[in-house]
Design a protein around this ligand. Structure first.
Ligand code: B12
Ligand code: SF4
Length: 562
């Protein structure tokens, strides 16, 4: 019996995955090599990754197995059709088929939902006796003990950056709303026996490998043992982890000592509100800079993922995020447009709010806007995303991020050059025009005279926010968010306001109103103290109003007084 396993080509809107790009940055997924390893030895199993070689549609085989993420689905269906026309049965599995099995079944003979470990042999037996079922789904997740080592020998070794991949865990202890992993693995997080991982790693040729885990440090005790056991092997490795790893100095040190040279971290957003919305509040924004520093102190290259288009993102987010990457010397920022993946809570929410633009899965690739964002138009999100991809890999930005005394300097530069070659394919787009104004409206203004400030004691005590005797702050902090659809800027003020702060605020608001912004709504409720000059100035401008029971009412709008 002959089985051909196929990974469909990835058709990206602007990045042509040329052989050179794949050779520079891709490692091989473990999907088909794992499936091949699960195949009984009497079956002749082969793999085609369409990204690196063409499919032979005339091949004489007994079964075709296709895998695919969501955006591969349309191509996977085409491939299936070609083989089925010749009477060759096709089975599909992987993230997409597992999320939408009934859709997949319309295009293939059989669908494997979830992991293949407990069903693949049975499927082959059914095929042999001519009774292939429409769906296969294991009753439980497979045991992580005794998993066969993936058949890396079936890959074209020289086509990828590396084929040295291994997996130590499956799943993730977190449940971020946008992530497919939780949907696929539920709340489970399973670890392979360390002995088996070590044995597999020992067998890999060369010094470098990638652990394709979703979160290699999801169980700290396990990770510590694994890293300790990896040390004597003197390998270099890259993987993915959640940012919680950076909060455990012992774990981070062990990771570095065991050969960790690069980590992909889902930073996602610099807005705590966004992170809370998507159930990722365990990423603590105030600790981000410290986390990046800790990784760099251990000479670990940071590949940081950022998502654009979350509900609190306005058009200032692109520039703000890029400047953060530059300030913190993030070696390889990875930018994504928020993409609702079927099966995830995010998909359910966006769909129920009627915000999905279409269900053309080929466009659900992380680089194309497929939903209606809250604070921006689709066009602004797409343009801002294109801008950040290109600008983030401009020479200027690369210079700011990697040119500093560090070990492995050349690796950092070379990886940036590889990423730059991809980013260059992004269409030319302008930074959204209000970006600069929005940066200035999200800022801290130092005050000059804090002696004469009058505290809003009574009101603040009622709000349980201020105790008598608390000192007035010497800064005014502006937190702003712009709603492009309403053409309205919401500004929350925090701290104190003296004359200088009030003047600066008025100046910035004028700048905003001179641009496209039609309305500004100020929220003074977190301002603990004002100077009388500031009150006079803001009142003259029509920005402050008194209201019964409360001293200052949140105001206001266009007609600022001259
Ligand atoms: C490694 C990886 C990558 C690599 C891929 C490199 C390459 N050569 O393609 C990189 C980092 C480049 C990458 C990029 C992307 N990735 Co990725 N990636 C992964 C990751 C972490 C591991 C994949 C892997 O090897 N798994 C191990 C194998 C053993 O598991 P498996 O693939 O699930 O296969 C099992 C079953 O699904 C089943 N099965 C799978 N296929 C088939 C087929 C048949 C016939 C059968 C019977 C069974 C079967 O059997 C297997 C054994 O149980 C997964 C997460 C994950 N845990 O799988 C995400 C994941 C697959 N990626 C994902 C995404 C979204 C992307 C991007 C689109 C991100 C982006 N926005 O740009 C890009 C797309 C690039 C591309 N290649 O097309 C999503 C897919 C979600 C979805 N529903 O489509 C995942 C699930 C991660 C997530 N957080 O949501 N990725
Ligand atoms: S931490 Fe990462 S892998 Fe885990 S659920 Fe969140 S996004 Fe997914």
């Amino acid at each position: 019996m002959k089985i051909r396993l196929i990974d469909p080509a990835y058709d990206h809107p602007y990045i042509r995955h040329s052989q050179k790009v794949i050779k520079n940055i891709w490692f091989a997924r473990l999907t088909l090599t794992t499936l091949a390893a699960l195949t009984p030895p009497d079956v002749d199993v082969r793999i085609t990754d369409e990204n690196v070689e063409p499919i032979d549609f005339e091949e004489d085989v007994d079964l075709v197995g296709v895998t695919g993420m969501l955006m591969h689905a349309p191509r996977a269906y085409q491939i299936s059709q070609r083989f089925r026309q010749r009477g060759i049965p096709v089975v599909m599995g992987g993230p997409h088929a597992s999320s939408l099995p009934f859709e997949a079944k319309e295009h293939v003979d059989s669908v494997v939902i979830g992991e293949a470990e407990n069903v693949w042999k049975g499927l082959i037996e059914d095929l042999k006796v001519g009774s292939l079922k429409s769906f296969y789904k294991a009753d439980a997740f497979c045991s992580m003990e005794g998993l066969p080592f993936p058949r890396l020998d079936l890959l074209h070794k020289d086509a990828y950056m590396t084929i040295n991949c291994a997996q130590t865990t499956r799943g993730c202890p977190h449940q971020c709303d946008f992530c497919h992993v939780t949907h696929f693995f539920g709340k489970t997080y399973r670890c392979r026996p360390v002995d088996e991982v070590i044995e597999e790693v020992k067998r890999l040729e060369g010094e470098f490998l990638v652990f394709i885990d979703d979160n290699i440090a999801g169980n700290r005790r396990y990770a510590k043992e694994l890293f300790t056991r990896l040390k004597p092997l003197k390998k270099k490795w890259a993987s993915q982890a959640s940012m919680t790893l950076t909060r455990d100095p012992e774990l981070l040190k062990l990771a570095a000592e065991s050969g960790c040279v690069s980590l992909f971290l889902g930073v996602e957003s610099l807005s705590p509100e966004n992170l809370k919305d998507v159930n990722k509040a365990f990423n603590r924004v105030p600790q981000f800079e410290e986390a990046m520093k800790a990784l760099h102190d251990h000479d670990i290259m940071v590949v940081a993922g950022f998502i654009f288009g979350l509900d609190h993102d306005d058009e200032g987010v692109f520039e703000r995020t890029l400047r953060f990457c530059e300030r913190n010397r993030i070696e390889l920022p990875s930018f994504f447009v928020l993409t609702p993946l079927p099966g995830t809570p995010l998909f359910q929410r966006i769909e129920s709010e009627g915000r999905l633009l279409h269900k053309d899965w080929s466009k659900y690739n992380g680089a194309t806007v497929v939903f209606r964002p809250k604070l921006m138009t689709e066009e602004t999100l797409q343009a801002g995303f294109n801008w950040v991809c290109k600008e983030g890999y401009s020479w200027g930005s690369i210079f700011k991020r990697v040119f500093h005394p560090q070990q492995r300097f050349f690796t950092r530069v070379l990886s940036n050059i590889a990423y730059r070659s991809i980013a260059q394919g992004t269409p030319e787009s302008q930074l959204p025009s209000l970006s600069g104004i929005l940066q200035r409206m999200n800022d801290t203004i130092p005050l000059r005279n804090t002696r004469d400030l009058i505290q809003r004691v009574g009101e603040k005590i009622a709000e349980k926010k201020l105790f008598i005797g608390q000192k007035a702050t010497d800064t005014l902090r502006l937190y702003s968010v712009y709603n492009e659809r309403l053409k309205t800027l919401f500004v929350r003020l925090e701290g104190s306001i003296d004359r200088k702060g009030a003047k600066e605020l008025v100046k910035r608001l004028r700048g905003a109103l001179d641009a496209e912004i039609q309305k500004v709504i100020l929220d003074f409720k977190d301002v603990g103290a004002f100077s009388s000059e500031a009150i006079a100035l803001l009142s003259r401008q029509g920005l402050l109003q008194t209201e019964e029971g409360k001293l200052w009412k949140a105001v206001n709008a266009p007609g600022m007084n001259p």
